[in-house]
Write a protein of this length. Structure first.
Length: 108
């Protein structure tokens, strides 16, 4: 049996935006169907923080003996790669077990 694997760890950015306080905006409250414009719906200050993290993508391919036909492909994604070797091994084993749970594929 031939197994081809690929493991990549692309860096992705997580972004979080927070807004402080409120400001005077248009189109807010109206009094007795009269004038509007006293709205408090727009933030005064917004701050966005970007934090990089590495995710892991493991792909396993099972090609046919002649390598011209792909029999099966499995892929596992880990949203955040562990910062220790022991953690990496645990994540990888868990991902492979989950990926291969339904292997080999059933004939139709």
């Amino acid at each position: 049996m031939i197994v081809v694997y690929d493991f990549t760890t692309p860096e992705v950015m997580d972004a979080t935006t927070t807004a402080d306080g409120f400001g005077w905006g248009g189109g807010g409250w109206a009094f007795d169907g009269g004038w509007g414009g006293w709205g408090m719906d727009q933030p005064r200050m917004a701050q966005t923080e970007e934090v990089p993290r590495s995710m892991g993508i493991l792909t396993l391919d099972f090609p046919g003996a002649n390598k011209k036909v792909l029999i099966w492909r499995g892929q596992a994604t880990e949203d955040s790669v562990s910062s220790s070797q022991k953690g990496d091994e645990k994540q990888a084993l868990k991902s492979v077990d989950k990926m291969l749970k339904d292997f080999p594929p059933r004939k139709k």
